[in-house]
Ligand binder design. Structure first.
Ligand code: SAH
Length: 247
């Protein structure tokens, strides 16, 4: 695993608790995440359970971490920024593309009614499904497949979160947004992509740029041919460009 990962030792659970408190305060609240609901959800989800065993001690650090198969768990700030931008309420039905470790899925599930999550890589989908069940999350469905096609049987969705960078927001996902629905998605092909917020209101689609970010490439029909531009494959995907501070 990457150099960010270290083995934990004695007193691990206290240290992880403290690291999570610090993550909330220094990485999120001080950098402009204000929603009490989002901060509470990220305080409640045990992030260390979603990283490989040798990364547990680094689980709350200010960066994405490798989760295997060339994929990453997103930086905490990125998870919080995207979640906050969705403005979830408890009865919302959410679609997530790119389950990865399932960490973002878990955060969403504490803020919404139901979460449908699609992962392209079967091995990650299965691992996330088992992990989320073991941790007691019951309002989540994970399936493997091409998330660019959405989940038509369960549509429309009040919110859609895409955790991989697409050339453009896939048309099926825009179609599956409910009236009043919000989507966040990284789009573009450079070293950094635009983090877009898309909203369907009165039948019209409004699009705005929230930030710049780095994500792994979206695969499948609406994604990229492999290989993706090389600078995206350096293990830094899943983070905000505004990576100030540090630990
Ligand atoms: N939010 C996740 C990180 C996701 S990384 C976490 O916190 O762990 C992006 C994920 O998107 C990867 O697991 C990748 O396999 C997946 N992915 C890429 N293209 C996809 C597609 N077309 N459909 C579904 N998942 C896709």
């Amino acid at each position: 695993m990457g150099s960010a990962c270290r083995l934990g030792s004695g007193g691990e659970s206290e240290r992880l608790e403290e690291a999570r408190r610090e993550m909330i305060e220094r990485q999120l609240r001080r950098r402009g995440i204000h929603s009490p609901q989002v901060l509470d959800a990220m305080r409640a989800v045990p992030r260390h359970e979603f990283v490989p065993a040798d990364c547990r001690a680094a689980a709350h650090s200010d960066q994405p971490l490798p989760i295997g198969l060339g994929q990453t768990i997103s930086q905490p700030l990125m998870v919080a920024t995207m979640t906050e931008a969705l403005g979830l309420i408890p009865r919302d039905r959410v679609l997530e593309i790119g389950t990865g470790s399932g960490y973002q899925t878990a955060v969403l599930s504490l803020l919404a009614g139901e979460v449908y999550s699609i992962e392209y890589l079967p091995e990650l989908a299965e691992a996330a499904r088992q992990r989320l069940a073991r941790l007691g999350f019951t309002n989540i469905r994970v399936r493997e497949g091409d998330g660019g096609l959405g989940w038509p049987e369960a549509a429309p969705f009040d919110a859609i979160l895409v955790a991989a960078a697409a050339p453009e927001p896939p048309a099926p996902l825009i179609d599956q947004l409910a009236e009043g629905g919000r989507m966040v998605i990284p789009a573009g092909c450079g070293a950094y992509q635009e983090l877009l917020r898309i909203e369907r209101r009165a039948g019209r689609i409004r699009r705005s740029t929230l930030d710049w970010c780095r994500f792994v490439p979206l695969r499948g029909r609406y994604g990229w041919e492999q290989p993706f531009p090389t600078e995206m494959e350096d293990g830094l995907a899943g983070q905000s460009r505004h990576r100030t501070g540090g630990r």
